[in-house]
Design a protein around this ligand. Structure first.
Ligand code: ZN
Length: 250
Protein backbone atom coordinates (compact mmCIF):
# COMPACT_ATOMS: atom_id res chain seq x y z
CA UNK A 1 0.00 0.00 0.00
CA UNK A 2 2.57 2.55 1.09
CA UNK A 3 4.58 2.30 -2.08
CA UNK A 4 7.49 4.67 -2.25
CA UNK A 5 8.95 6.53 -5.18
CA UNK A 6 11.45 3.76 -5.95
CA UNK A 7 9.52 2.82 -9.08
CA UNK A 8 10.72 5.95 -10.82
CA UNK A 9 12.09 5.30 -14.26
CA UNK A 10 13.81 7.71 -16.59
CA UNK A 11 13.47 7.21 -20.31
CA UNK A 12 13.72 8.91 -23.66
CA UNK A 13 10.22 10.19 -24.57
CA UNK A 14 11.01 9.77 -28.27
CA UNK A 15 12.30 6.20 -28.58
CA UNK A 16 11.60 4.88 -25.09
CA UNK A 17 15.22 3.92 -24.35
CA UNK A 18 16.05 3.75 -20.63
CA UNK A 19 18.29 6.60 -19.44
CA UNK A 20 20.33 6.74 -16.23
CA UNK A 21 18.48 8.39 -13.32
CA UNK A 22 21.24 10.97 -12.71
CA UNK A 23 20.65 12.44 -16.13
CA UNK A 24 17.69 14.47 -14.86
CA UNK A 25 20.07 16.61 -12.78
CA UNK A 26 22.57 17.34 -15.55
CA UNK A 27 22.28 20.50 -17.66
CA UNK A 28 22.83 20.64 -20.52
CA UNK A 29 21.67 17.09 -20.76
CA UNK A 30 23.51 14.65 -23.05
CA UNK A 31 21.33 13.40 -25.92
CA UNK A 32 19.83 9.92 -26.07
CA UNK A 33 22.50 7.48 -27.35
CA UNK A 34 19.82 5.62 -29.32
CA UNK A 35 18.04 8.40 -31.18
CA UNK A 36 19.74 11.68 -30.28
CA UNK A 37 16.68 13.26 -28.63
CA UNK A 38 17.46 15.52 -25.66
CA UNK A 39 14.16 15.26 -23.82
CA UNK A 40 13.56 12.96 -20.88
CA UNK A 41 10.50 11.53 -19.23
CA UNK A 42 10.29 10.48 -15.59
CA UNK A 43 7.59 7.89 -15.07
CA UNK A 44 6.15 6.82 -11.73
CA UNK A 45 4.58 3.44 -11.05
CA UNK A 46 0.83 3.48 -10.53
CA UNK A 47 1.24 1.65 -7.20
CA UNK A 48 1.91 5.01 -5.53
CA UNK A 49 -1.61 6.31 -6.05
CA UNK A 50 -3.12 5.18 -2.75
CA UNK A 51 -0.38 6.91 -0.85
CA UNK A 52 -0.87 10.05 -2.87
CA UNK A 53 -4.60 10.09 -2.31
CA UNK A 54 -4.22 9.74 1.44
CA UNK A 55 -1.80 12.61 1.65
CA UNK A 56 -4.15 14.66 -0.46
CA UNK A 57 -7.05 14.01 1.84
CA UNK A 58 -5.20 15.54 4.76
CA UNK A 59 -4.00 18.41 2.65
CA UNK A 60 -7.35 19.59 1.32
CA UNK A 61 -9.37 19.81 4.53
CA UNK A 62 -8.44 23.39 5.44
CA UNK A 63 -9.65 24.53 2.02
CA UNK A 64 -13.19 23.46 2.79
CA UNK A 65 -14.10 26.63 4.67
CA UNK A 66 -17.30 28.31 3.66
CA UNK A 67 -16.57 30.80 0.95
CA UNK A 68 -18.72 32.39 -1.68
CA UNK A 69 -18.90 30.86 -5.13
CA UNK A 70 -17.25 33.89 -6.74
CA UNK A 71 -14.16 33.56 -4.55
CA UNK A 72 -13.97 29.84 -5.29
CA UNK A 73 -14.47 30.38 -8.99
CA UNK A 74 -11.61 32.88 -9.07
CA UNK A 75 -9.38 30.48 -7.11
CA UNK A 76 -10.23 27.60 -9.43
CA UNK A 77 -9.23 29.63 -12.48
CA UNK A 78 -5.99 30.77 -10.87
CA UNK A 79 -5.17 27.22 -9.85
CA UNK A 80 -5.90 25.92 -13.36
CA UNK A 81 -3.58 28.46 -14.97
CA UNK A 82 -0.82 27.46 -12.58
CA UNK A 83 -1.36 23.78 -13.39
CA UNK A 84 -1.27 24.36 -17.13
CA UNK A 85 1.96 26.39 -17.01
CA UNK A 86 5.21 24.46 -17.55
CA UNK A 87 6.87 23.35 -14.31
CA UNK A 88 10.09 25.17 -13.54
CA UNK A 89 11.35 23.11 -10.58
CA UNK A 90 13.90 20.43 -11.47
CA UNK A 91 12.23 17.36 -12.95
CA UNK A 92 12.43 14.52 -10.43
CA UNK A 93 10.24 11.71 -9.18
CA UNK A 94 9.26 13.73 -6.12
CA UNK A 95 8.44 16.77 -8.24
CA UNK A 96 6.21 14.67 -10.49
CA UNK A 97 4.33 13.27 -7.49
CA UNK A 98 3.97 16.73 -5.95
CA UNK A 99 2.55 18.02 -9.21
CA UNK A 100 0.16 15.10 -9.35
CA UNK A 101 -1.04 15.93 -5.86
CA UNK A 102 -1.74 19.46 -7.07
CA UNK A 103 -3.78 18.11 -9.98
CA UNK A 104 -5.78 15.69 -7.83
CA UNK A 105 -6.45 18.37 -5.26
CA UNK A 106 -7.54 20.65 -8.09
CA UNK A 107 -10.26 18.13 -8.99
CA UNK A 108 -11.53 18.32 -5.44
CA UNK A 109 -11.44 22.12 -5.33
CA UNK A 110 -13.15 22.40 -8.71
CA UNK A 111 -15.81 19.96 -7.57
CA UNK A 112 -16.52 21.92 -4.39
CA UNK A 113 -17.76 24.87 -6.40
CA UNK A 114 -20.94 22.83 -6.33
CA UNK A 115 -21.32 23.20 -2.55
CA UNK A 116 -20.86 26.94 -2.69
CA UNK A 117 -23.46 27.18 -5.44
CA UNK A 118 -25.94 25.05 -3.53
CA UNK A 119 -25.39 27.02 -0.35
CA UNK A 120 -26.12 30.22 -2.16
CA UNK A 121 -28.83 28.71 -4.30
CA UNK A 122 -31.48 31.01 -2.87
CA UNK A 123 -29.66 34.27 -3.49
CA UNK A 124 -28.17 33.06 -6.78
CA UNK A 125 -31.64 32.23 -8.07
CA UNK A 126 -30.95 28.57 -8.90
CA UNK A 127 -32.21 25.53 -7.03
CA UNK A 128 -30.06 22.85 -5.40
CA UNK A 129 -31.72 20.18 -7.52
CA UNK A 130 -30.97 22.19 -10.62
CA UNK A 131 -27.28 22.29 -9.71
CA UNK A 132 -27.16 18.51 -9.19
CA UNK A 133 -29.09 17.78 -12.37
CA UNK A 134 -26.82 20.03 -14.43
CA UNK A 135 -23.72 18.26 -13.09
CA UNK A 136 -25.17 14.84 -13.84
CA UNK A 137 -26.06 15.91 -17.37
CA UNK A 138 -22.59 17.22 -18.19
CA UNK A 139 -20.01 14.47 -18.97
CA UNK A 140 -17.04 16.66 -18.00
CA UNK A 141 -18.52 17.57 -14.61
CA UNK A 142 -19.75 14.03 -13.97
CA UNK A 143 -16.17 12.81 -14.48
CA UNK A 144 -14.92 15.57 -12.18
CA UNK A 145 -17.31 14.42 -9.44
CA UNK A 146 -16.08 10.84 -9.72
CA UNK A 147 -12.42 11.86 -9.64
CA UNK A 148 -12.94 14.11 -6.64
CA UNK A 149 -14.82 11.43 -4.74
CA UNK A 150 -12.21 8.87 -5.67
CA UNK A 151 -9.57 11.07 -4.09
CA UNK A 152 -11.50 11.93 -1.00
CA UNK A 153 -12.73 8.43 -0.20
CA UNK A 154 -10.18 6.27 -2.09
CA UNK A 155 -13.05 4.44 -3.76
CA UNK A 156 -16.51 5.41 -4.92
CA UNK A 157 -19.25 4.79 -2.38
CA UNK A 158 -21.99 5.25 -4.91
CA UNK A 159 -22.34 4.33 -8.57
CA UNK A 160 -20.20 6.60 -10.74
CA UNK A 161 -21.94 9.73 -11.98
CA UNK A 162 -20.00 9.46 -15.22
CA UNK A 163 -21.23 5.92 -15.94
CA UNK A 164 -17.80 4.35 -15.43
CA UNK A 165 -15.34 4.33 -12.53
CA UNK A 166 -12.33 6.38 -13.64
CA UNK A 167 -8.87 5.19 -12.72
CA UNK A 168 -5.86 7.35 -11.99
CA UNK A 169 -3.28 5.73 -14.21
CA UNK A 170 0.36 6.19 -15.02
CA UNK A 171 1.96 9.55 -14.41
CA UNK A 172 5.08 11.04 -15.85
CA UNK A 173 6.90 14.32 -16.12
CA UNK A 174 8.07 15.01 -19.64
CA UNK A 175 10.65 17.56 -20.66
CA UNK A 176 11.73 18.37 -24.17
CA UNK A 177 15.13 19.86 -24.94
CA UNK A 178 18.34 19.60 -22.98
CA UNK A 179 16.96 20.52 -19.58
CA UNK A 180 16.72 24.31 -19.56
CA UNK A 181 12.99 24.55 -20.30
CA UNK A 182 10.07 23.61 -18.07
CA UNK A 183 8.45 20.21 -17.96
CA UNK A 184 4.89 19.05 -18.12
CA UNK A 185 2.84 16.59 -16.11
CA UNK A 186 1.27 13.76 -18.09
CA UNK A 187 -1.30 12.05 -15.90
CA UNK A 188 -3.35 9.32 -17.52
CA UNK A 189 -6.99 9.14 -16.46
CA UNK A 190 -8.49 5.87 -17.61
CA UNK A 191 -12.17 6.27 -18.30
CA UNK A 192 -14.58 4.41 -20.54
CA UNK A 193 -11.67 2.44 -22.04
CA UNK A 194 -9.96 5.66 -23.06
CA UNK A 195 -6.78 7.23 -21.77
CA UNK A 196 -7.54 10.87 -21.07
CA UNK A 197 -5.00 13.55 -20.25
CA UNK A 198 -5.43 14.70 -16.65
CA UNK A 199 -4.77 18.37 -17.40
CA UNK A 200 -7.31 18.32 -20.24
CA UNK A 201 -9.85 16.79 -17.87
CA UNK A 202 -9.20 19.71 -15.49
CA UNK A 203 -9.57 22.29 -18.24
CA UNK A 204 -12.74 20.70 -19.61
CA UNK A 205 -14.29 20.73 -16.15
CA UNK A 206 -13.62 24.46 -15.79
CA UNK A 207 -15.09 25.08 -19.26
CA UNK A 208 -18.17 23.12 -18.24
CA UNK A 209 -18.60 25.19 -15.06
CA UNK A 210 -18.16 28.31 -17.14
CA UNK A 211 -20.97 27.24 -19.49
CA UNK A 212 -23.28 26.56 -16.56
CA UNK A 213 -22.47 29.75 -14.66
CA UNK A 214 -23.13 31.68 -17.85
CA UNK A 215 -26.37 29.82 -18.49
CA UNK A 216 -27.55 30.61 -14.96
CA UNK A 217 -26.72 34.28 -15.45
CA UNK A 218 -24.04 34.25 -12.74
CA UNK A 219 -21.36 35.17 -15.26
CA UNK A 220 -21.89 37.69 -18.05
CA UNK A 221 -22.93 36.18 -21.37
CA UNK A 222 -20.00 35.79 -23.77
CA UNK A 223 -19.60 38.05 -26.79
CA UNK A 224 -20.98 36.79 -30.09
CA UNK A 225 -17.58 35.67 -31.34
CA UNK A 226 -16.73 33.83 -28.16
CA UNK A 227 -20.11 32.11 -28.25
CA UNK A 228 -19.49 30.90 -31.80
CA UNK A 229 -16.17 29.31 -30.85
CA UNK A 230 -17.86 27.70 -27.86
CA UNK A 231 -20.20 25.57 -29.95
CA UNK A 232 -18.09 22.40 -30.04
CA UNK A 233 -15.96 22.58 -26.90
CA UNK A 234 -15.65 18.82 -26.38
CA UNK A 235 -14.33 18.10 -29.82
CA UNK A 236 -11.97 21.02 -29.51
CA UNK A 237 -10.59 19.75 -26.25
CA UNK A 238 -9.98 16.20 -27.46
CA UNK A 239 -8.02 17.60 -30.39
CA UNK A 240 -5.88 19.70 -28.11
CA UNK A 241 -5.34 16.69 -25.84
CA UNK A 242 -3.88 14.76 -28.77
CA UNK A 243 -1.76 17.71 -29.73
CA UNK A 244 -0.45 18.00 -26.17
CA UNK A 245 0.43 14.33 -26.02
CA UNK A 246 2.26 14.60 -29.29
CA UNK A 247 4.22 17.58 -28.01
CA UNK A 248 4.95 15.92 -24.72
CA UNK A 249 6.63 12.98 -26.42
CA UNK A 250 8.52 15.05 -28.99
ZN1 ZN B 1 15.91 8.13 -27.72
Amino acid sequence: MAASTTETSVSCPKCGAARPAEIAQIAPRPPCPECGAQGIAITMGVATEVNVAMKLRAAIRPGDQSRGWERRWADINTELQRLLAPRTVTLSGDAVLANRRELLSFYVHAYHLKDALKEEAGTAGIGEAEVEAAIGADPDLALLVDLANLDKHLKLRRPPRSGDVPRIGEVQGSQAGSGEGGWRLEQVIEHRRQNLDGLTVARNAVSAWHRLLTKWGLLPAPQTLAAASDVAPRRESSRSAKRQRAQGSA
